[in-house]
Design a protein around this ligand. Structure first.
Ligand SMILES: [Zn+2]
Length: 258
């Protein structure tokens, strides 16, 4: 039974990746012994199967190219994380990014993020840039992944204070993921705040970034012009994805000390 954990960096090193353009997930899958196929699928977006005689990854042909790559990387994740030792097949949804669960699907998503957007390439790419919609768009173009996957990865890697919020337009519930350095003392509002860019995007406004008062999102924060966020919002299927970046870090430090 396969239960060895192969980490993404080992795979990237083996395929001599030095640039985002070098990341060829199909080739990595083939090198791991899988056959990769794109077919019409109705019950799920992607599937991995491993039996005694067959090793295959099947991806829905109608997904966007970015989502197809993410799906292949996600299935590689199931294999390399040893999930197939328990189940010989997994059926997956490409769009199931749930923020507050710990299960094999989340682990495979994280793995896919690390494989498609390795830290050693993402860090220099972000460097001293503004964490805004333009950066997400160029990250998506360069790394050939969705903007949401980029935002998620920023949360995992970047040292600057960012938070990712997911608003489900059907249930109207929000969930969130705090970036590595975002203070846990700041309590996020429990619903989508009105008069925000996120609300505008939900009502049909175009995806973009804008500066906003921090208290819109963090009701305990004082109303002070120094406390503002760069808010980025875009639509992803039935969800609005919001990335909040507390760009005035000194104000945040002062806030924490008081
Ligand atoms: Zn999966």
């Amino acid at each position: 039974m396969m239960s060895t954990i192969l980490d993404p960096n080992t795979l990237l090193k083996a395929s001599r990746v030095r640039d985002p353009r070098d990341i060829d997930v199909e080739r990595i899958a083939i090198e791991l012994g899988f056959r990769v196929r794109y077919v019409r699928m109705s019950s799920c977006d992607a599937r991995i199967l491993m039996t005694k005689n067959v090793k295959s990854i099947t991806v829905h042909e109608e997904l966007s190219r970015h989502r197809q790559r993410f799906s292949v990387a996600h299935e590689i994740g199931h294999f390399c994380l040893g999930h197939l030792a328990k189940n010989s097949a997994w059926s997956c949804e490409a769009n199931s990014r749930i923020y507050d669960r710990h299960d094999p699907e989340i682990a495979a998503n994280r793995y896919a993020g690390e494989l498609l957007m390795p830290e050693f390439l993402v860090r220099p790419f972000i460097d001293n840039k503004e964490i805004d919609f333009q950066l997400l768009q160029s990250c998506s173009d360069v790394f050939r992944t969705s903007k949401e996957a980029c935002a998620f990865r920023f949360c995992e890697i970047v040292d600057r204070p960012i938070m990712l919020v997911n608003f489900n337009t059907q249930t109207r519930k929000i969930s969130f993921k705090r970036g590595r350095t975002f203070p846990s003392s700041l309590r996020l509002i429990s619903h989508l705040p009105s008069h925000t860019l996120a609300e505008d995007v939900w009502k049909g406004g175009h995806s973009r970034s804008e500066e906003t008062n921090a208290w819109h999102w963090f009701p305990d924060v004082e109303v002070d012009p120094r406390n503002y966020l760069v808010e980025t919002a875009f639509r992803s299927g039935e969800r609005i994805v919001i990335m909040l970046w507390w760009s005035n870090e000194q104000a945040l430090i002062d806030l924490n000390e008081n």
